[in-house]
Design a protein around this ligand. Sequence first.
Ligand code: ADP
Ligand code: MG
Length: 721
Amino acid sequence: MVDFETRLSSVVGDSAKKLQKAFGHRTVGDLIRHYPRRYVDLEHPDSFDDLEPGQTVAFVATVVDVKKLPFRNNRRKFRVVVTLTDGRATMEAVFFNQYAVAKTPVGSQQLLSGEVSVYQGRLQLASPHMRELPPGKTLADLGRGGAAIPIYPAGGGLTTWEVERAVHLALDVVDVFPEPIPDAVRREHGLLDAATAYEYVHRPRRRADWVEARRRLRFEEAFEIQAVFARRRSDTAQRRAVPRPGREDGIRSAFVERLPFSLTEGQSRVAAEISADLADTRPMHRLLQGEVGSGKTIVALLAMLQVVDSGGQAALLAPTEVLATQHQRSIERMLGDLAKGGMLGGADEATRVRLLTGSMSAKSRRQSLLDIASGEAGIVVGTHALLEETVQFADLGLVVIDEQHRFGVEQRAALSDRAAAVDGVHPHVLVMTATPIPRTIAMTVFGDLEVSTLRELPAGRQAIQTNVVPVAEHPTWLDRAWQRVHEEVEKGRQVYVVVSRIGDAESDDDVEPPADEEERRPAVGLVEMAEALGEGPLAGLRLGRLHGRMPPEEKDAVMSAFAAGDLDVLVATTVVEVGVDVPNATMMIIMDADRFGVSQLHQLRGRVGRGSHPGLCLLVTGSPAGTPARQRLAAVAASADGFELSRLDVELRREGDVLGVRQSGVRSSLRLLSVVRDEDVIAAAREAATAALASDDVPADLEASIRRLEESERAEYLERA
Ligand code: ADP
Ligand code: MG
């Protein structure tokens, strides 16, 4: 019997090796899920009139001219320009160093597919796939009844035609196609069955065939992923947690009473959602995402205080020492005497806030560990150091993970799993992300979490004005920017200057440049920048430097000095990207802004305009006008909406990058589904999968899919570990 698990070599013979080398395919299923990239629709061929640059097209055309043109500087290399006609207009296709193409007969009919580009003001196809129709034959004679020809992703020495041949061999011998979608779901959504879908996606007879086949297969991908999440959610639902309902007259209400501002509507709503979760006997598993500066920390703090009121402890995990230290300080400051538990002058309800990081002195570390183990510390803030085995909590009731995207899944689960190992009871978990993500991605990447969203900013927050400073066209604008720094400082404000790399001897770029441009001038480094500024345009101001590789004490000293107003200007790398909160900072200059992604720029500029003064952010770039980089910067300057920008960010990146390494299992299962475009499909599949898993008979093929996805994810971790 041949099914999707059958080795390719037993079905396609010698091609198996090539297919494995080119695409990593090992099984019949791998090959059959190698779907065509596009189709030549012979009933509705693409006409030359409608072509646009960037479009991928496939059509049949007649050759009217073939020219072999050697390169002037290297006579051994050449171009072949093939002029084609669709019967009315003409267009050129260009090939490089291909002897076979140079022999293309004039008058022959060719099947072409490729991307339309512009060369010297004219549309052309550069290095398309081209295949000749045998002379005197029409497409119908090619041995297909159909009026459509699939074009496969090719590569590794395999052409689309060779792939097609192998796929057909496989399709012809498969006895059973896996069918993870239950019949009822298929009927409800009007989806083809698996066998028909695979047949139609590879051997369509007409457009409707491949459209329907792809619809079904796309749904299947979404359905399988959502089934994994539905299973995880129901597993979580079966876990037990200690309910932490808090109390009326505890530290939480004492804290709320002394807050100097009132909560935003969003904060109140989300705080109530979390409060209810904490009172449940099932562990909370919630994602709090919010616009930069929307006040997530307070919401998390309220949750932590509720747990303290119920006799438990809360841990707040932060990705960097800078952020952990800042959190610990600001929480202590906000709590005032409520943080002086057991001390003279402490309030009755008071607790203690302890810090735990890798770089603490042995003495402070011991004190922290002691208070954590005894339960004296109701709130513990820390970095990865909190995850170590030696850290023993008396009664861990809540784990809050700030900036969760900086942590791996394993790290996120570590504290919770360890606590559960003791008595089988799981703590509640709240993860926070400062990078708002579109709903579809939340559903695909964090599908096992409930999601709370903070969109609004606290009242009275001033807008951040963002301008692009294109130094290539307007070199003097940068001088004006430095002058502006002086003006801010004279008003008593502070300024960040952000650079993309440290630029000392041993460091590489801190930031991976977006993939849209290959070669560029080197970005300015922190060391060089700080020196140049100190001796030049910012001479006389108090300058500090901050980067990720400084010793922790030094980092802390600089950050504290900046927060205290003892520094006017902080020249920093992206260590200031997340969480840093100095309300008196009003201006940020981002050097080589084209090196940063859209969401990252939004995150960075969120460091200014956090107090009552308006913020200004200047995006300095040497990229020329009209480039994708400049368009990206213009988009950031034009929008203050992090959700909108993250959507744009997602559109600019490839799907795989969006999902990130965290979700490699999911990522590699996505072939037709786009987390950017297919919101409706994902939502429908989520509902269907949740219902399907709640029923008594989950199809065996669906169980197999769930196992396959979970395993591929685990395998990926092991590989990375
Ligand atoms: P983020 O969501 O980016 O983590 P923070 O929690 O750091 O934002 O909050 C940003 C700033 O806004 C902090 O200085 C905080 O004290 C302040 N803040 C939070 N909530 C409110 C509110 N309701 N009204 C006024 N200021 C607030
Ligand atoms: Mg924050």
